[in-house]
Ligand binder design. Structure first.
Ligand code: 15L
Length: 271
């Protein structure tokens, strides 16, 4: 079975940290990629790729970019906690433009959701993918909205989505929290390939963490439907990072870590 999609794939957020990981890997796998971002693409463009600078807020540009594409890897938008007004354009309106383009092209969306959509779940508990959203800020809320958008477009228009709630995808884990939340770049690349190539996915939700022993927060998801199993692990960093914690009880209590603390005004944390 070939791992090359029949139609080109659109990648938004191509100039971002994860976009720059995916581009060379997917191009090397022989994929035809249409890349876009608000920022210029900082690396050399590999064969089989083209780059167009565009704003997610520009619905017509998104429709044009998606023309003829079979899948959209949507990694664009604001990727950290920011004031509400900065999130609305790229993450809410922009997401709508992506789904409208997918609807027109009958394309599948692979949406880079985030652990921050469930960031206020406690680290001491274990949740499944269908447990309630508990966003830890406007950014996490926008990711929950994106996931619900995926469900709406599936029910109403038959647009398929794979929604990956990414933990911490970095070259390597840097805090004790990331001993659980770390997602290696190679596991992310293998995920993206399976998410695009899997035969049917409906709406699939996947926890985006490597096979980390400390990952006790998340359990059931739809990875079986897309045929993805993480192969890497943060475990080798445990000795070095176990003590790398903050002194902040809010940050250490919840899955979303430092994002939970931003603009936190409660004086009576829940018992
Ligand atoms: C995210 O969603 C962010 O995009 C990233 O910058 C990290 O902060 C990550 O979550 C995390 O929670 O570690």
């Amino acid at each position: 079975m070939s791992d090359i999609p029949a139609r080109p794939v659109l990648l938004t957020g191509a100039s971002g940290a994860l976009g720059r990981v995916l581009v060379p890997a997917l191009a090397a796998a022989g994929w035809t990629l249409r890349l876009t971002d608000l920022a210029p693409f900082p690396d050399a463009l590999p064969p089989g790729t083209s780059f167009t600078r565009a704003d997610l807020a520009d619905g017509v540009a998104m429709l044009r970019l998606a023309e003829g594409c079979g899948a959209i890897l949507h990694f664009g938008g604001v990727s950290v906690e920011r004031p509400f007004e900065e999130i609305v354009g790229p993450n809410l309106r922009g997401l709508y433009h992506i789904y409208e383009a997918a609807r027109r092209e009958k394309a599948r969306v692979i949406f880079a959701s985030s652990n921050h959509s469930v960031g206020f779940h406690e680290r001491g508990t274990t949740i499944d993918a269908d447990d309630p959203f508990l966003p830890d800020g406007y950014y996490g809320l926008s990711k929950a909205y994106g996931e619900l958008m995926g469900r709406l477009y599936w029910m109403k228009h038959g647009v398929e989505s794979v929604l990956i709630r990414i933990g911490s995808s970095l070259p390597e884990p840097t805090t004790a929290r990331m001993l659980a939340s770390y997602l290696s770049y190679d596991d992310l690349i293998r995920f993206a390939i399976r998410a695009v190539m899997a035969e049917t996915v409906g709406v699939s939700v996947v926890w985006g963490a490597s096979a980390n022993q400390a990952m006790t927060w998340w359990r059931a998801d739809d990875r079986g439907r897309i045929g993805w199993t993480p192969e890497d692990s943060a475990d080798g960093f445990a000795g070095r990072l176990a003590g790398r914690v903050s002194n902040d009880p809010v940050e250490e209590r919840y899955v979303g870590g430092a994002f939970c603390r931003i603009d936190y005004t409660r004086e009576d944390p829940p018992a």
